[in-house]
Design a protein around this ligand. Structure first.
Ligand code: BGC
Length: 441
């Protein structure tokens, strides 16, 4: 049983090298042409902060995970840039319900405007900052720092009337309807915010990676290399790679990945993301467990309906299971009983943990292959700082260690020059910093 699964989920170094080659090509093609496998979206952020800026601005953050893996929330922030690399913020968090994720777009944006209003009243802000940065962590075709069109929804959002629309305008109109005198001056995606936020603290940061509900990366590119911009400008710009969309033939896709993709809300899309990120790892684990129960006698071949339910196995359970180092795996036993009323044998529990380890390991290896490809792309093997944020990275036990080991496998001793730093709240505070850099009055 285990040998079989190992063949399905284990990725040898040689295969990871192939992933790197194909991703490297996809990065280059994405910089040359629109609508590619990896979109390489210009962010129009041409200036990174110095860390000395002092300002107070508003920020909104939509599409990023809550502390509980798998959830998505919406935040309103008052961000204070204090200089000397220090940023602080006050914030309010609101869960976006499944119902709201399916409502009409206007209803959704009116909800955001109402929450901004509520925040301003509740926080007793005094003079309300006029400028706002908006982190919108979905694939957006950006055409200016304050203009971008939603390509497709992800993370369970399905609101009508938003795809192909400028999300800045949709939000700006909702502010006007609510009578709020707030100007959206920067639209960004979460890795762009993470890069900006971390650069405020450490100006050497040139790559940011999100490993959370979804996955993505952004990095600093020379404008002359972004051929599709057809610009004569010199200098640099942050590129939002949208690497979650990668789907090359080098990816070690197996029948469980295929089953997950087919029954997902966006079949054929975000394949790399489906092998890596928090929204999907639990579901992949569930598919394997159900197969092992149906065909190989796991859980005495009994599968409770609760486990048959799609997405009922959260990635957070995998974290808890991998964290259980007790001799008899008692936490795993409790989890299976509480969540699924399964009375497990010790062997059942060992198998469950093994499945989590295989899937968690493969995710970390693939994420590391992406990071290694980017570090090579910007030719910074001698010294690079990668800012990483996201609940998977922060809470999944051993994820970072597995990534680091893989970086050494792929880059040899050069991996020792890569500083991976945990970036916190880039999607909120980073939006504030960009609003400060782009404010018009
Ligand atoms: C979205 C990206 C986002 C990433 C991380 C993906 O699902 O496509 O835009 O940056 O999640 O939040």
């Amino acid at each position: 049983m285990s040998e079989n699964l190992n063949t399905l989920f284990h990725v040898p170094t040689s295969d990871l090298n192939l992933v790197m080659v194909e991703m490297g090509q996809a990065f280059r093609t994405g910089l040359n042409y629109d609508d590619q496998n990896i979109k390489m979206i210009p962010s129009y952020v041409k200036e990174l902060p110095t860390g000395h800026e002092v300002e107070k601005v508003l920020a909104l953050d939509l599409g990023n995970p809550s502390l509980i893996l798998g959830g998505t929330n919406f935040r309103v922030l008052l961000v204070s840039l204090e200089g000397e690399g220090k940023v602080s913020s006050r914030q309010a968090k609101f869960a976006v319900t499944e119902e709201q994720k399916k409502a009409n777009g206007t209803v959704l944006f009116d909800f955001f405007a109402a929450k901004v209003h509520q925040f301003i009243l509740a926080e007793n802000i005094g003079e309300i900052p006029h400028s706002l940065g908006f982190t919108f962590s979905f694939p957006v075709y950006q055409t200016a720092i304050d203009q971008g069109y939603l390509i497709h929804w992800a993370k369970g959002f399905e609101n009508e009337g938003v795809i192909n629309c400028d999300v800045v305008q949709l939000l700006q109109q909702a502010f006007i309807r609510k009578g709020l005198d707030i100007n959206i001056v920067a639209l960004l995606n979460d890795p762009v915010g993470t890069l900006t936020k971390h650069a405020y603290r450490n100006t050497k940061t040139s790559i940011a990676v999100i490993l959370g509900t979804g996955t993505n990366a952004a990095y600093v590119e020379e404008i002359s290399n972004i051929k599709k911009l057809k610009s004569n400008e010199s200098g640099h710009m942050i590129v939002n790679t949208e690497w979650g969309g990668f789907s090359g033939s080098s990816l070690p896709i197996n029948r469980f990945d295929i089953a997950l993709d087919r029954s997902s809300e966006n079949p054929g899309k975000q394949i790399y993301e489906k092998m890596i990120s928090g929204l999907y790892l639990g579901e992949l684990t569930r598919l394997v467990l159900v197969h092992l129960a149906d065909d190989r006698g796991l859980f005495h071949a009994q599968v409770p309906n609760s486990l048959r339910k799609a997405y009922s196995f959260q990635t957070a359970y995998m974290s808890q299971i991998e964290m259980d180092t007790s001799d008899l795996l008692l936490d795993v036993s409790v989890l299976l009983r509480q969540k699924y009323e399964i009375e497990s044998s010790f062997v059942d529990r060992q198998v469950v943990k093994y499945v989590c380890q295989l899937i968690g390991m493969r995710a970390a290896q693939l994420a590391a292959a992406g990071i290694a490809t980017l570090v090579r792309k910007i030719d910074q093997l001698d010294d690079s700082t990668v800012a990483v944020d996201g609940s998977l990275y922060a809470h999944y036990p051993g994820f970072e260690g597995r990534m680091r080991d893989t970086l050494f496998e792929l880059l040899g001793s050069d991996a020792g020059n890569i500083k991976i730093e945990h970036a916190t709240d880039g999607s909120g505070q980073g939006a504030g910093i960009l609003a400060a850099l782009h404010k018009t009055i």
